[in-house]
Design a protein around this ligand. Structure first.
Ligand code: F6R
Length: 360
């Protein structure tokens, strides 16, 4: 059942502290500064020269998050939409690791990409929620996100767990390949362990419903972010359009001025995500939207400079930069949920969409 919530989506948003704790269980030891990924001993990725992440939709945004963490650490990592992979995959060889990110493990586009990767001689890994799924069986290795069943068509808790697992994978791959983990374990691992508590606090104090209410009559909703905030902006917009049926788009903050700014008016609120990746630049980009009359909602840590200039803000608990995007995403999940609830949309089963897309 829905456990007292009006929708599975809201229930699943509230399950994130638990599902993230499950993902971390036995895999992270903050005291020792160590991670353990079952099936992936230290050194297993020593030969990996290039990581390609393939996925669709929300899982693609998680893949972008992982690729960004890898690239920031100096690993050659690219993301390709699984449905574009067959048209033009980047070159692959036996030193390529192809990670298929798929909650269901049954997405036809992603399975096709996996097949191509195998045919090209790459090593493959399925990051999935479903033990025994086709992706888990088809790939050389599988790693499970342990989010528990997700009923709402709009992915929420599985995205968070994918991100957590990709951050851990980035640690292992980088350490194996370059000798040092992507992020300092002494700061990252405690931050990850504290994420369930941080999300609990956020869920309790969120003002997302009031924000959704305030901007209910808008024409379009824009989401901008930079660095790890960019996939969060894309995900915020995808969730919003999926369940509210309102027009929403996500952009890299720096891209606003290269075209989308033409759409910005007083009727297009801009949600700006601040996760510590060149926030000053995103502040300028947001100010450009404000100059065109757009209300700006900053999603940022408490006391961040953005709170002084934005028209409204949603706070996230202070944390490690690799985890901040995860928290910002939870605020945006709540904004979408409450906006859709106000419009009385069928939140758990949006029109035209299916939970598992088994056609190309
Ligand atoms: C959006 C959503 C979809 C899926 C996509 C991939 O909320 O759920 O965009 O993320 O269809 O699905 P999986 O992860 O099962 O491959």
């Amino acid at each position: 059942g829905k456990g007292g919530y009006d929708h599975f989506m809201l229930k699943e948003i509230h399950e994130q502290p638990t599902s993230i704790a499950q993902a971390l269980e036995g895999r992270v030891d903050p005291g020792a500064g160590e991670i353990a990924l079952e099936g992936f001993e230290p050194g297993t990725f020593a030969d990996v020269d290039h990581v390609q992440l393939v996925a669709c939709g929300t899982s693609y945004h998680a893949a972008m998050y992982g690729a960004f963490a890898l690239r920031q650490a100096g690993i050659h990592a690219t993301t390709v939409l699984a449905n574009e992979y067959s048209v033009a995959a980047p070159p692959i060889d036996e030193d390529t690791l192809v990670i298929a990110v798929t909650q269901s493990g049954e997405t036809a586009d992603t399975l096709n990409a996996l097949r191509r990767a195998t045919a090209g001689g790459a090593r493959t890994l399925a990051l999935t929620n479903v033990v025994g799924s086709t992706a888990a069986r088809q790939a050389d290795d599988a790693l499970f996100i342990r989010a528990g069943p997700e009923i709402g068509v709009a992915a929420t808790k599985t995205f968070s767990s994918q991100v957590v697992m990709l951050v851990l994978l980035a640690q292992r791959i980088t350490e194996d390949r370059l000798g040092d983990p992507a992020a300092d374990p002494d700061t990252l691992l405690p931050a990850l362990s504290q994420t369930p508590g941080a999300i609990d606090d956020l869920l309790e104090s969120s003002r997302a419903a009031a924000i959704a209410d305030r901007f209910e009559d808008s024409q379009s909703y824009f989401f901008i972010g930079r660095g790890l905030g960019y996939p969060v902006a894309l995900e915020g917009a995808l969730k919003f359009k999926e369940i509210t049926y309102e027009h929403a788009e996500g952009f890299a903050s720096g891209e606003l001025k290269h075209g989308p700014l033409a759409l910005v008016t007083a009727d297009t609120p801009v949600f700006a995500v601040f996760v510590g990746d060149e926030d000053e630049k995103t502040l300028k980009n947001a100010a450009e939207a404000q100059t065109r009359g757009a209300p700006v909602v900053a999603v940022c840590p408490e006391g961040h400079r953005a709170t002084e200039v934005a028209d409204a803000h949603l706070e996230i608990p202070d944390t490690d930069p690799d985890v901040a995007g995860l928290l910002a995403n939870v605020q945006l999940q709540l904004v979408s949920y409450h906006a859709a609830a106000q419009l009385d949309r069928p939140i758990d089963k949006p029109r035209n969409l299916a939970k598992s897309v088994t056609v190309e």
